[in-house]
Write a protein that binds this ligand. Structure first.
Ligand code: NAD
Length: 252
């Protein structure tokens, strides 16, 4: 239990990848703080499973929401910026409010959590900042202007933090999955069907898995295992990096 005594805040941890990371860090002894939306009863079950983890239900598209999260969370040793959303639309129809919200959540919230978490990490002389980016931090797909821009941005933010905090025993890294089977992926299927005039099966095979040479969806546990590794002392020299788990997608 190498994370005993450490507190881990995982944004967007009421579902999908974030919940899997929370579970993996909990198994290693970390005290978990949950954040995200969802059914209160279901989340109460996760809180119980994760040793009575507090659930801080703040909206991270808003700066004051992130500030409220960080002040309620207190000292955080492991910060996992994972909350994210997607919208699929051609540029000329891309709703301006979706652009603003995606940039706010997928990019700006990570700036705000980091600026508020780093002072404690510096005092403690140890810290880990992990961002769930995406293969879309390295490559693009049509109709995902906001998501691709935000994810490229997060990779740049992480490089900057890696350099800035290099001598503080604080590392900052991205994990960049390809398609992981979570509610986020499932929910973009109808919009992609509409944008491209395709059936559900065509979207699954000809859009989603077409880019993933292994032809397999990544599992949330695989992303969580990488996050856990990045918290280990053996990973102390890994910083400013962007680790893909994309079945070979970005190797092409
Ligand atoms: P998900 O939809 O299952 O989970 C998203 C989480 O973010 C949920 O807990 C949700 O409640 C939370 N959230 C949404 N809006 C929020 C807000 N305004 N404030 C606070 N929390 C909010 O999605 P997921 O697939 O687990 O995605 C997690 C991260 O992984 C995202 O950043 C996503 O971009 C990234 N990612 C996902 C995939 C994939 O294929 N699923 C691939 C690459 C990257």
């Amino acid at each position: 239990m190498f994370l005993e005594g450490k507190t881990a805040l995982i944004t967007g941890s009421t579902s999908g990848i974030g919940l899997a990371i929370a579970r993996a860090l909990y198994i290693e002894g970390a005290r978990i703080i949950l954040n995200g939306f969802g059914d209160a009863e279901e989340i109460a079950g996760y809180q119980e499973e994760l040793g009575g983890a507090p659930w801080i239900n703040e909206d991270l598209t808003k700066t004051d929401g992130v500030e409220a999260l960080m002040s309620q969370a207190g000292a955080v040793d492991i910060l996992v910026n994972n909350a994210g959303m997607q919208h699929v639309a051609p540029i000329e129809e891309f709703p301006v409010d979706r652009w603003d919200k995606i940039i706010a959540l997928n990019l700006s919230s990570a700036f705000h959590t980091a600026r508020l978490a780093v002072p404690h990490m510096k005092r403690a002389g140890w810290g880990r900042i992990i961002c769930t980016a995406s293969a879309h931090s390295l490559t693009a797909s049509p109709y995902k202007a906001a998501y691709v821009a935000a994810k490229h941005g997060i990779a740049g933010l992480v490089k900057t933090l890696g350099l800035e905090l290099a001598q503080d025993n604080i590392t900052a890294n991205c994990i960049s999955p390809g398609y992981v089977w979570t509610p986020l992926v499932e929910s973009q299927i109808p919009d992609t069907m509409k944008s491209r005039g395709m059936t559900r099966e065509e979207v699954m095979n000809d859009v989603l898995l077409t880019r993933q040479p292994t032809k397999k969806f990544v599992q949330v546990e695989e992303v969580a295992a990488m996050a856990t590794f990045l918290c280990r002392d053996e990973a102390q020299n890994i910083t400013g990096a962007n680790y893909t788990i994309d079945g070979g997608w970005t190797a092409e």
